[in-house]
Write a protein of this length. Structure first.
Ligand code: TMP
Length: 209
């Protein structure tokens, strides 16, 4: 059986990630690829409950608990959804993965980025790491403007969207560091362009893979 590919999309809240991911999936399908679109956290029945716990605001987990719940969601997602799809030869396009955990929990929550936590992140991946990652690079200031206009339009913010600016700055700095440390895997896309231009850039880098 041919092995599929895992492509992850990463970026701060408001970077246009979800729109770009859907358009990318449509483009891959139009080329005849067998594609599975998925997301974290929450794309399994168990994950849906974890997503509610993590993001609804009903609970306020301490940083350690928050990390463990995101990792729990990931392990379930890999075993139940991602790995079977890859085994079936599909292209799996996933909205967020371990880079988000590095950025939001280790950097944003200021958990010590040490070998033990890195090993836990790897362990939760159950052996599945991305073949390519699209990072939608948008400054915290520009993302905040977009988020404010979305919320004015009635879109609800999640518990992490509502974190302070310095949390989002740490998240941004972490994504920037991840991109620099993994130049082969992580493709930085300038998200401060119109939707079509961003999509064209994504298609260009994926075509080159
Ligand atoms: P989203 O569905 O709008 O991308 O929201 C998911 C939120 O969860 C977003 O604020 C980022 C956050 N998140 C983490 O903090 N750690 C993680 O490991 C993942 C996958 C997401």
């Amino acid at each position: 059986m041919s092995k599929g590919k895992l492509i992850t999309f990463e970026g701060g809240d408001g970077s246009g990630k979800t729109t770009q991911l859907s358009r990318t999936v449509a483009w891959l399908k139009a080329q005849g690829k067998d594609v599975l679109q998925t997301f974290e956290p929450g794309d399994t029945p168990l994950g849906k409950a974890l997503r509610h716990i993590l993001l609804s605001g009903e609970f306020v987990p301490v940083a350690q608990t928050e990390l463990l719940l995101f990792l729990a969601d990931r392990a379930q997602h890999v075993r139940e959804v991602i790995q079977p799809a890859l085994d079936a030869g599909k292209w799996v396009v996933c909205d967020r993965y371990s880079d988000s955990t590095l950025a939001y929990q280790l950097a944003g929550r200021k958990l010590t980025d040490n070998a033990e936590l890195r090993a836990m992140l790897k362990w939760a991946e159950c052996g599945v790491s991305p073949d390519a990652t699209i990072w939608l690079d948008l400054s915290v200031e520009d993302a905040a403007i977009r988020m404010a206009s979305r919320q004015a339009g009635g879109e609800a913010a999640n518990r992490l969207d509502n974190e302070k600016q310095d949390f989002h700055q740490s998240v941004y700095a972490a994504f920037d560091k991840i991109a620099k440390e993994n130049p082969e895997r992580v493709q930085r896309i300038n998200a401060n362009q119109d939707i079509d231009a961003v999509q064209a850039d994504i298609q260009r880098v994926l075509s080159a893979l």
